[in-house]
Design a protein around this ligand. Sequence first.
Ligand code: ADP
Ligand code: MG
Length: 385
Amino acid sequence: MNEVTEAMHGFAEWYGRQPIGVWSAPGRVNLIGEHTDYNDGFVFPFAIDQRTAVALGDRDDRVIRVASGFAPDAVEIHLEELAPDAISGWSAYPLGVAWALGELGADLEHVRGVDLYVASSVPVGAGLSSSAAIESAVALALDEHWGLGFDRPTLAKVGQLAENRVVGAPTGIMDQSASLLGEADGGVFLDCRSLDADVIPLGFTADGLSLLVIDTKVEHAHASGGYAARRASCEAGARAMGVESLRDVRHDDLGRAAELLDDETFRRVRHVVTEDQRVLDTVRTLREQGPGAIGPFLDASHVSMRDDFEISVPELDLAVATAQAHGAIGARMTGGGFGGSAIALMIDDLVPVVTREVLAAFAERGYREPSVFVVHPSQGARRDA
Ligand code: ADP
Ligand code: MG
């Protein structure tokens, strides 16, 4: 049973009637461009084939109710009462989206309530953005059901606003953009300053390549603290360099940065500046030479995150090193860091070998068994039924 049928079944079981529609949105893998989004830089993620589905039914009153296979209880709230402080727990994601639609200009005074049921195949907390998947699915479902007519870039902002203000996570716009704008076989090349997005063919399948995800299952308690500290370093670096954001620091300015900044701040800045360049190089190389040639940028990105930005963990380093040692074209940790997943690009035939070797390497170190699986660049949010 996939997430769409699961959502329909769950809805019928929970609410005792059939839904009037089902929408879904994918998780994402960031191919390259880490911690660049909140620095107004470039990112290059793609939507994956793991999705979160939302079944929707209408109501006669102004109550909005959400249930999920993820949690035992349904949560309901009157549309008038929607406010960041009034919503918490997992329901902050779907109900936060309803609130954020209003914040971005939807007239919610004249809409009726809805019942929602959420089902998902996106692993939670693995760095594949189950949060953006649920936000984007709910945003598209409510937009279409309520006839709001928001475009997808605006729906991405809705999800981000929900996550920033209601969930309370200071994340950028990348995840929601990938989930809403992704296409089969396409990467979303996003300029986080202008919000211009270009879908670039990845050509993995045509070239016989697979993208393997290694979910280390490591989740560090200081992940959110570490994320906030990195953001603060980036802001301090930009201030000291006299620019609005690190997007404005060019490669040639790094010498001046080294003189101006303390060593730690300099290394944070250097990661962001070089990572922006690696995104541009990856996109250009993909266009000119195809996906088999992008490996060095993935590898260099990992080194930069490990040594300059210091957001890797031993499990991620081991996953990357093992994949590289057994023939991967390129590999890196992906997502915010301090745990989560690594990715490795390789020819299809190597998938069983690398999987086996990664599992063996983790077992040998006594690390928790990782989850290793192939993801396919997939279509973004859509209506399924
Ligand atoms: P990630 O986005 O890396 O998976 P996050 O901590 O950002 O991890 O988001 C995970 C949270 O999103 C979960 O703890 C839960 O609150 C919410 N969530 C994700 N998927 C679902 C779902 N299918 N049903 C209910 N809540 C979900
Ligand atoms: Mg998330």
